[in-house]
Design a protein around this ligand. Structure first.
Ligand SMILES: [Zn+2]
Ligand SMILES: [Zn+2]
Length: 103
């Protein structure tokens, strides 16, 4: 299967569509969630960029919005496979720490 810009080869899940999350969600060292914040999905398969609660607090202190190239999450944004994204989102939901921001 050829890899293009929209796919990654996850060590756990194989070839998967890519999504974007903050580095804290990717680097989660323990099963405990870092929280999971995103704007609402536009449809069922739409995995919006997501960030953790600490990054959300940072964005709130810096104008409240993520502005590409100006106000960005500390640590930057990283690629994660769609399946890893869904698992981290599910973990956060179970922990009551899934936050959907209204636009
Ligand atoms: Zn973060
Ligand atoms: Zn994965």
């Amino acid at each position: 299967m050829p890899m293009d810009d929209d796919f990654c080869d996850c060590a756990e899940h194989g070839p998967q569509p890519i999504t974007f999350v903050c580095s804290h969600i990717v680097d989660r060292a323990s099963p405990e969630t870092a929280g999971f914040v995103s704007f609402p999905a536009e449809d069922g398969d739409d995995l919006r960029d997501a960030w953790c609660e600490a990054c959300e607090a940072y964005l709130q202190e810096n104008g409240g919005e993520w502005v590409e190239g100006a106000v960005e999450v500390p640590g930057g944004i990283r690629i994660i496979c769609a399946e890893c994204y869904r698992r981290r989102e599910a973990d956060a939901r179970l922990a009551g720490r899934r936050i959907v921001r209204q636009e």
